[in-house]
Design a binder for this molecule. Structure first.
Ligand SMILES: Cc1ncc(COP(=O)(O)O)c(C=O)c1O
Length: 456
């Protein structure tokens, strides 16, 4: 599946990479979610990518263990996607999405609805996961108002949830570092507890056995606030950014049942679990639980062009479709919603996923991935290994007084050895491109194992 660049393109690409390789004296870039000062002392630069590989500006190979940032599901440099984008730039660069449309937007929505969980047949486009989350939260509140329950404004998130970085997303999110600097955020938000319990579930393979009853936290919040004030609950089916937290068996089913009982909308944030990560097109299908709204991004364009989307059930859309027909029904949208380049990239991506069977491939790779990962269980400082589909988490014992430092050091050592992994807190996270082969999995795990031993 790995297709190399032809020699001419490769030469041009490395020349470009070399010419832009140094950041010395270039001080303007304030890097996101980065230790800027530390980075500048020892920059980690990527200049070229193909298949499972990145290359640094100096030409050093780095195996991609995290699909860029959980987004390059079909691997890097896929021809169908770049050709579709190139064609579209020549045909039409931009079209306004308000009160106007372009055919590709309708086609992209249709293609996405075709692979979506049953019933999620309406698609609203955004430009990122964060925007998809804001859109879904606003849709939920506005939906209740449109059908005469305007007092249902409360939003419920979950501890250790990550829903992007905008104000709605950090309000329902549950990562303290992402929240504590930003004042009071949205009012009327509450949280259920997270499901991560190493005392009962350490070294689980797939869904942990214990913790379905944590969904009952929602009943507790209903008792506290009354269901008539609650618009929606938002969770990630598998929480990625806070360290790969896999839902206990029965948990999502229970959450769904409680939402149904009380007329609360259930939102799944599938920015990470969407587009084949778990071995089904979406987490909802994998777990057999269908939400009312579903947010996606990342794999929607294989990371090539920024795009996000909200999938909604028909009844939500229908609630908005009242009043005079010439009046806008939902006062929300972005200049770049359904951007032609993003739509072209998305169709190229969906074609690529279909050609290579990638939306279900993780299911056939998950066995080897699981066995390899759990081989790290006895390594120094490993306190948990967990996995589902092609997502894995290796949690390390924190260095006393320096939380996050041990995982950061492992990340740096893997980078030095030519493997890109991710870390969050003291958990190493893996989410490789879905084109991965067994030998890549072995290389990633061997590199991690060697790093853990070296740093012990
Ligand atoms: C579950 C989830 N929601 C939302 C986001 C935010 O997406 P973006 O960075 O595209 O705004 C992310 C990003 O990692 C995510 O994992």
């Amino acid at each position: 599946m790995h297709r190399d660049l032809d020699p001419q393109t490769a030469a041009a690409a490395s020349q470009l990479a070399e010419s832009t390789g140094s950041i010395a004296g270039k001080d303007a870039y304030w890097m996101p979610f980065t230790a800027n000062r530390h980075f500048r002392k020892a920059p980690r630069l990527l200049a070229r990518a193909k298949g499972m590989q990145y290359w640094t500006p100096e030409g050093r190979e780095v195996l991609d263990g995290i699909a860029g940032l959980w987004c390059v599901n079909a691997g890097h440099g896929r021809e169908k996607i770049s050709a579709a984008i190139a064609r579209q730039t020549e045909t039409m660069d931009y079209a306004p999405p308000f009160q106007m449309g372009h055919p590709l937007a309708f086609e992209t929505a249709e293609r996405l609805a075709d692979i979506a969980p049953e019933g999620l047949n309406k698609v609203f486009f955004t430009n990122s996961g964060s925007e998809a989350v804001e859109t879904a939260l606003k849709m939920a509140i506005a939906y209740h108002r449109a059908r005469g329950e305007g007092q249902r404004t409360r939003l419920i998130g979950r501890e250790r949830g990550y829903h992007g970085v905008n104000f709605g997303g950090i309000s329902v999110g549950g990562m303290v570092a992402n929240r504590k600097m930003f004042g009071t955020m949205l009012g009327g938000v509450d949280h259920i507890r997270h499901t991560h319990d190493l005392s009962k579930n350490a070294f689980s393979r797939g869904q942990p056995e214990h913790g379905a009853e944590l969904a009952d936290d929602l009943e507790r919040l209903v008792a506290l606030h009354d269901a008539s004030t609650i618009a929606a609950v938002i969770v990630e089916p598998v929480a990625g950014s806070t360290g790969v937290l896999i839902p206990p068996k029965g948990y999502l089913e229970r959450l769904r049942a409680i939402c149904d009982k009380h007329g609360i909308l259930l939102i799944f944030d599938e920015v990470i679990t969407g587009f084949g990560r778990l071995g089904s097109p979406f987490g909802a299908q994998h777990f057999g639980v269908t939400p009312d709204l579903m947010t996606v991004a990342k794999g929607i364009t294989n990371g090539c062009v920024p795009m996000g989307a909200v999938f909604a059930r028909q009844f939500i859309y229908d609630a908005f479709m009242n009043g005079p027909e010439h009046i806008i029904e939902f006062f929300h949208g972005y200049t770049y919603s359904a951007h032609p380049l993003a739509c072209a990239a998305s169709i190229g991506t969906l074609d690529t996923y279909a050609d290579d069977g990638l939306l279900t491939r993780a299911a056939s790779m998950a066995g080897h991935f699981e066995r390899a990962l759990h081989g790290l269980a006895e390594h120094p400082h490993v306190i948990d290994v967990r996995n589902i589909g092609l997502v894995g988490g290796i949690e390390l014992d924190p260095i006393p007084g320096s939380p996050g430092k041990r995982a950061f050091d492992v990340f740096l050592e893997c980078w030095a050895q030519g493997v890109l992994v991710r870390f969050t807190g003291d958990t190493i996270a893996l989410s490789p491109p879905l084109i991965i082969e067994n030998e890549h999995i072995d290389r990633i795990v061997e590199t991690l194992g060697a790093a853990l031993k070296k740093l012990a």
